[in-house]
Design a protein around this ligand. Structure first.
Ligand code: G3H
Ligand code: 13P
Ligand code: ZN
Length: 308
């Protein structure tokens, strides 16, 4: 069933676990993610980025999510990820399709970030839609920010108090040392600023969100070789760091890159093994299975198994 993420995230924060928010771009990824939640009896947040909407269309993506959610008792929230385009965020709110949106104006000065976020919150709350906002920049991908240790880009606890009070947002995405994307770490693991997280969590009585949380293999070749095998070889955000983050206030964890890697690695491996099979259901089905296995592993790690 489709639900608001409000109760699931409040329960997660109180219960010391996190709900996974997984990016979907097509049918098979969505099926893999939902199958994992059903197997784990875990609450689930399905999210679509602006890029996913550009690729597949808001209505089509949302229709798939609503249809698959209708046939299960697992609570599923549908969330717009990284709404940097205010018009699109408003469209998602007005469509009535999303139970949650992220307004991401973190690239603007604090005052502007507060002003735009507050406008979105007003419109969303009038329709009982949950709003995640971001304070501090999370580097990676298209961002110009390379120096991930730079304190300057991280969320400041004292600003977080003001931001949440003035915007009335429902959840806050924080920058504490993670990065977005597949190629975020060439050869080192992330080290999260847990002290900073702890300070934000005690200043802000809202669920906190960790973006850029994928473990990430070094490259797709490694994935093809390691596929289904030793996941501890991953570079990125180590499991132990994620556990610490959950213990210290993170209630929603965003994962996209690990899903892409699992899906692509499995399709690649399938085609290598069956070069003459041109049936898309065969190789996309292999991708779907890999997504399910990856998400199951994440849900166990996040502690959301059995939490519906
Ligand atoms: O954090 C961003 C997500 O990984 C979405 O990426 O804009 O390529 O869909 P995308
Ligand atoms: P990763 O690139 O680490 O999967 O992060 C995804 C994310 O933060 C989506 O909002
Ligand atoms: Zn993100």
């Amino acid at each position: 069933m489709i639900v608001s993420p409000k109760t699931m995230l409040q329960r997660a924060r109180r219960g010391g676990y996190a709900v996974g928010a997984f990016n979907v771009n097509n049918l098979e990824i969505l099926q893999g993610v939902v199958e994992a939640a059903m197997q784990m009896r875990s609450p689930l947040i399905v999210q679509t980025s602006q890029g996913a909407i550009e690729y597949a269309g808001m209505e089509l993506l949302a229709a798939m999510v609503h249809t698959i959610a209708r046939d299960t008792d697992i609570p599923i929230a549908l969330h717009l990820d990284h709404g940097t385009d205010v018009a699109l965020v408003m469209e998602a709110i007005d469509s009535g399709l999303y139970t949650s949106v992220m307004i991401d104006t973190s690239r603007f000065p604090l005052q502007d970030n507060i002003r735009i976020t507050r406008e979105v919150v007003k419109r969303a709350h009038a329709r009982k839609i949950f709003v995640e906002a971001e304070l501090g920049a999370i580097p990676g991908k298209e961002d110009q920010v390379d120096v991930m240790e730079a304190d300057a880009f991280m969320t400041r606890p004292e600003e977080a108090t003001r931001f949440v009070k003035e915007t009335d947002c429902d959840a806050l995405a924080v920058s504490i040392g993670t990065k977005h994307g597949v190629s975020k770490f060439a050869s080192v693991h992330a080290r999260l600023d847990i002290e900073r997280l702890r300070a934000i969590a005690s200043a802000v009585n809202k669920p906190l969100v960790l973006h850029g949380a994928s473990s990430v293999y070094r490259n797709l070749k490694d994935v093809a070789e390691a596929y289904g095998a030793d996941l501890s070889k991953a570079f990125g955000v180590p499991d132990g760091q994620l556990k610490k983050a959950i213990k210290n206030g993170i209630a929603k964890i965003n994962t996209d890159s690990d899903i892409r890697i699992a899906f692509t690695g499995a399709v690649d491996q399938y085609m290598t093994r069956h070069p003459n099979n041109m049936d898309p259901r065969a190789y996309l089905g292999a991708g779907r299975d890999a997504v399910r296995r990856t998400v199951i592993r994440k849900m166990k790690l996040f502690g959301s198994e059995g939490m519906i």
